[in-house]
Structure formats: C-alpha cells, structure tokens
Design a binder for this molecule. Structure first.
Ligand code: 3EB
Length: 357
C-alpha cells in the first residue's frame, strides 16, 4: 500500500490567543464519554488522539488503547494539538498526521494476523512489522527522529514459547533499530512499554531534528541491561529533550523503582513509588543540564501513572501529591508493567501547553 494524504488548515491558532510565548505543542485530556469535545470546530488542530478504553471515535490520527480504567477515575481521550497546518495520511497499517515540525503516528496490529513458527512468535513478527513500518514512514516523510514512543503489549508478562512476551518484544524492537541503521544506544528515543488488552498498539511523536537523549545516573542505561533481563536490551533513553523553535519539551520515559539494573522494594508499592520519584528527580536534574533556557521542575510536568493493581490508586496518588506539594496534573491507568515485580510506573512530559486543572 502506498502513501495517501490529505491536508487541512486549522481554523484558529492557539498561539494567537495567548499573551505568552507561543508554544506550539499542547496536550489535552477529554473524558471518554464526551467525544464531541474533540470535534469543537474552534479547536480543530488535533495532531493525534488516543482513546484509553473502548471508543468508536473515528479519525485517521486516532488510536484506541484497550486499557482498564481506575475505579473513581474517568477513562479519557488524550489529544496532542498543534497550531500549525497539518497533513494526514496512512501508510500500510500506520495512521499519521503532521505539521512542519512534529509527526504523530500510530499503529495497531492483531497478533492473529501473524503466525508463530520455528524462528519467531506471532508477537515478534507483529513487533518487527510495526517497527519496520514506523521507520519506513519516518524515512519517506523525512521525520527521521523518534522523540517519544508509547508501546502497549497485551499480556506483557506472560511467558510463551519459552520466553516472556516483553522479552520477545525487545528482541524485535532492537533488531528493527539495527535494520534501519539506527543507534541502539546513546541517541535513542524516550519510551514506555506496558500491558493493555487486545492488540499490539504503538503510538509515537517524531520530528525532523534529533532530540537530546538523557540518562539517569542512578540507573544503568536500559540498553545496557545485562542479559538476565532478556537476550536483547530494551531500547530507550530515560528522557528526551526537544528544541522546537523557542520551545523546549521534555519527555520522561516510564520510570520505575529500578536502581542500577535491579528492581527495589519488591512487594511494597509505597516504597516503589518513593524510589521512582527519586529517579524522576534525577532525570529532571540531568535534563536541566542540557536545556538552553528552561529549568524544568516537578510542577512543570504532566504525569501518567500506571498501576498494576488499581487498588493501589489512593496510596500512590497521596505520595505523588505529597511529593509535589499540590494536586498533580496526572492521569492514572491500570496496566501491567514490563517487569513482573514492578507495581507502579510513572512517566511525564513538560514544556508543551497542557490541561489547566
Ligand atoms: C525500566 O526502567 C522500566 O521497554 O520501552 C520503562 C520505560 C521500562 C520504557 C521500554 C521499559 C520501557 O526498565 C521499564
């Protein structure tokens, strides 16, 4: 299948409405039961839309991730917005929309469309296909640089064919970076990889310029994890820092209670949360060494919290609130996490506009 695309102009510029520096990228959250809010014509500037939970919202740059809501928390749409003219299209199974600087892409592949054989599992083949398509699209459209990748892997901790499915995923992610001539250490994108129901789903933001990859001095770089965590290491940086016009944007990868390469505080979700927040602070400090004009603080970030057990919601929320000193801008999802002994993982981003709450 070839590239097809269509263009449309946004009906307004959000920057024009602001007396402050124009910040082009914006992250919004909308309750899943209010899809009409996405279509508000005064805000027709969506780059990409992610529905967490079931949704029939139809848009070329929309993806549904089959997650389970935390009781008492609404399921939601997450929307990445731009104030610039966009172009949308499809390439094989990928859907995308981009402006001059930023591309949002997404892909969902059913493992049932792939066959396990002697050389690899259906999940491996789906992962290889997804990443081949992503890298081909980025080459064709000259958005060479992945900024941030969100991976959702059904039954991520299940062992099949003698190896955990997260490790199967890692084998093929790493091979795909190799096959497209990309670095597998150093200059690699920020990412997260967690469980979800249904299909292998991946969405990402990419750009024309390379981000600065940030590592965490408290943690071994994931791409150097020893082989006890799998035959091929996970390929991601601890954060990526993007220079976009006058805007500096940071994406902090999924961050867990790992020091060095080991999981700490097995079985203790409160201690795991405290430890991962030390990691987020360390990543913020490292990020600020590379910024030109921004000093990112805890309060500047939007957080997403993944809980293996939704019953841990109140306890983790209380710790996050205490750490920040105020109510965090945060969303919570129930999700399995890529190591069976991890109970909580938190990711964050900042420097773009975001929901005011
Ligand atoms: C860790 O630090 C926890 O495989 O893309 C965090 C972020 C984790 C990204 C990935 C995995 C990934 O190893 C797990």
């Amino acid at each position: 299948m070839g590239l097809t695309s269509s263009s449309r102009a946004p009906s307004h510029s959000s920057c024009r409405n602001l007396a402050i520096i124009c910040r082009m990228l914006e992250l919004n959250h909308i309750p899943l039961n209010k899809p009409n809010a996405l279509l508000d014509s005064s805000r027709d500037d969506r780059l990409g839309t992610i529905a967490f939970g079931a949704s029939s919202f139809n848009d070329v740059a929309a993806i549904t991730i089959e997650t389970i809501a935390i009781p008492s928390q609404n399921n939601f749409f997450e929307v990445w917005r731009t104030d610039k003219k966009t172009t949308s299209g499809q390439f094989e199974a990928l859907n995308y929309r981009h402006d001059d600087d930023v591309l949002f892409g997404s892909i969902t592949l059913a493992e049932t469309d792939f066959v396990t054989d002697a050389t690899s599992t259906a999940l491996q083949k789906a992962t290889a296909s997804a990443y081949r398509q992503i890298f081909e699209l980025l080459a064709r459209l000259s958005f060479r640089h992945l900024w941030r990748v969100w991976n959702f892997i059904p039954q991520i901790n299940l062992h099949s064919d003698g190896i955990e499915r997260y490790r199967q995923f890692n084998i093929e992610r790493s091979a795909a970076f190799d096959n497209s001539g990309r670095a597998t250490e150093g200059n690699v994108p920020a990412a997260s990889a967690v469980g979800a129901n249904g299909s292998l789903s991946i969405y990402f933001l990419a750009g024309r310029n390379a981000p600065i990859a940030i590592e965490n001095p408290r943690q071994l770089s994931a791409y150097r994890y020893p082989s006890e965590y799998g035959p091929r290491s996970p390929i991601f940086s601890r954060a990526s820092l993007i220079e976009l016009d006058e805007q500096e944007i940071v994406f902090i990868s999924g961050t867990a209670s790992i020091v060095g390469h080991r999981t700490l505080h097995v079985g203790d979700v409160m201690a795991q949360t405290e430890e991962l927040l030390l990691n987020i602070d360390a990543v913020l400090d490292e990020t600020n060494k590379s910024t030109q004009r921004t000093r990112f603080t805890r309060a500047d970030l939007f957080y997403r919290v993944y809980l293996r057990d939704a019953d841990d919601f109140s306890r983790v929320q209380a710790i996050l609130r205490g750490w920040l000193g105020t109510a965090p801008r945060a969303v919570y999802l129930q999700a399995d996490i890529c190591r069976a002994d991890l109970m909580v993982e938190i990711e964050a981003s900042g420097g773009h506009l975001m929901d005011i709450s």
